[in-house]
Ligand binder design. Sequence first.
Ligand SMILES: [Ca+2]
Ligand SMILES: [Ca+2]
Ligand SMILES: [Ca+2]
Length: 321
Amino acid sequence: MTARRVAGWSCVGLWLVAAGCAAGDGPAADEDAGGDAIVSADTADEADTAVVDTAPPYGVGPCEGVLAEMAVAEGREVLTGTRLHLAGRADCEVTDVQWEVRQPPGSQAGFSRGPFEPEVTFTAEVAGTYTFRFTARDDDGGTSVPAETTVAVRRLEALRVELTWRTPNDPNETDEGPSAGSDLDLHLLRPGAVWFDPEGDCYGRHSQPNWGSLDPTIDDDPQHLGDDVDGAGPEAIIAYELEAGDYRVGVHVWDDHGYGPSVPTIRIVVFGEVVRELVGEPLYDADLWEVGTITWPEGTMSTNDAAVIHEYPLPWAEPTR
Ligand SMILES: [Ca+2]
Ligand SMILES: [Ca+2]
Ligand SMILES: [Ca+2]
């Protein structure tokens, strides 16, 4: 039994060695055309499995041109570390199947055999897009049309702070455009920083500050996922790791665009669990709501009684509204 890289795919054949993964294939390139990392033959040989000596009754007739099918029990979007259960089938007399995967750079995961031979498992530890392919063959070498499925794998955020808002005077809170709604901004301060500090305040204008370690391989920086300028939100700031300390959360009304007050809602999500949801008082143009302080790594939040500063003075470095 062997598992090899073929045309950018790593694969494992079950029952018989599938032609595309046959022993004797030359060494594969380090990168496929799409730049995805591929399981090396050696790694795959260790991680992948499977020789099975009887075929299940998929169906009758030749496989050539038959559309194979594939199901992923866990769905198309999962978190890292999820063990995927993949099942393939084809309506023909299958004697040989082949599983292949394209995986993101840095991932070298392999298939393992499931309890039933057309079913395998695969554990994705690296975030990114995985494309799985299943092909069935018959005894005469007839090959099905492969089934392909992509699965998006993402890391669970350590911290997620979300802002949404309602603006009663806006007749349509979901329309889009430069002045279609009120523009509130979500801010997150690292320990000791002040509002609008270009390095210590993570917000729309400085969406990916480098906090904590300067080592780029250590993923301890927050990321603001995008400025909403025309009402409702959401805006979100996420982090996969954070240094220990107290992080302040703020909401600033950058420009109400004439729609009057907005009622903000803040959600604090720690490792996927909503730990606080806070609805603020109505905010007017240029107000700053100092929502509270998240203590990390505890993931607790304390709120601020004297919370809203009216007409918050913008620092000189900010553009004119
Ligand atoms: Ca609107
Ligand atoms: Ca905004
Ligand atoms: Ca950093």
